[in-house]
Design a protein around this ligand. Sequence first.
Ligand SMILES: Nc1ncnc2c1ncn2[C@@H]1O[C@H](COP(=O)(O)OP(=O)(O)OP(=O)(O)O)[C@@H](O)[C@H]1O
Length: 232
Amino acid sequence: MSIRAPFCASTPLHSKQTTRNYNAIGADNFAIESQRVSYSVKNEMGKAIPIIKDCSLKIPSGQFWMLLGPNGCGKSTLLKVVMPTVEADVAFGLGRFNLTSDETELRVAKALTAVGMYDFLQRPVQTLSGGQKQRVAIAGALIEECKVLLLDELTTFLDETDQIGVIKAMKNTLSSSEDVTALWVTHRLEELEYADGAVYMEDGKVVMHGEPSIIMDSIEARKASYTDIINS
Ligand SMILES: Nc1ncnc2c1ncn2[C@@H]1O[C@H](COP(=O)(O)OP(=O)(O)OP(=O)(O)O)[C@@H](O)[C@H]1O
């Protein structure tokens, strides 16, 4: 199953019956396509239990379709298998550039390597942790070769490991591409140690601008009011 993106191939369906049905739709541009998708889970004895069995469908672009069926027939599971892989998700933004698939593949690999997510190329995005998803989001921004990244609270809901993983991925990205600049909005003071510089605002004004360590010291000195400000 695939969401339309540069990596999704469109090939004819195998079933005559379904082919007739699709022709009746009269569409030639599909946003979602699955071809003979099967999915099994293993039970505690290690035996494969089939859940999705040879499902083919096509959803025309720009239309509102519904997926129906009795409880437990596999709707939600099929939808999860629809979810784009990391590769397709990152490549999505390249659709408008008219690149060859080799160029697309190269750019995806470069962006995912920069954020330490290349090994997750074929994983559905929804199976990733919060931090991994954020790293994939950064790769998605990088792949368009943006020179300026404006990143708003990317680590807010992450646990400490994911938080540090995302920041390190960002640092790594910036050090491997000299002309990319990032402005990272955060309320987590501990992230300042990874910054080259910082800007501190209060009440709509820039109060301090410069060395992270100096800004950190100054914020620490008035920590109580800072905590009040960010909690208000
Ligand atoms: N990880 C899993 N392990 C074992 N069985 C699973 C797993 N995921 C789904 N199933 C089983 O697969 C079948 C399909 O589940 P799914 O949730 O996709 O159905 P559904 O059509 O969305 O159901 P409903 O309409 O009740 O939401 C169910 O019998 C469910 O118990």
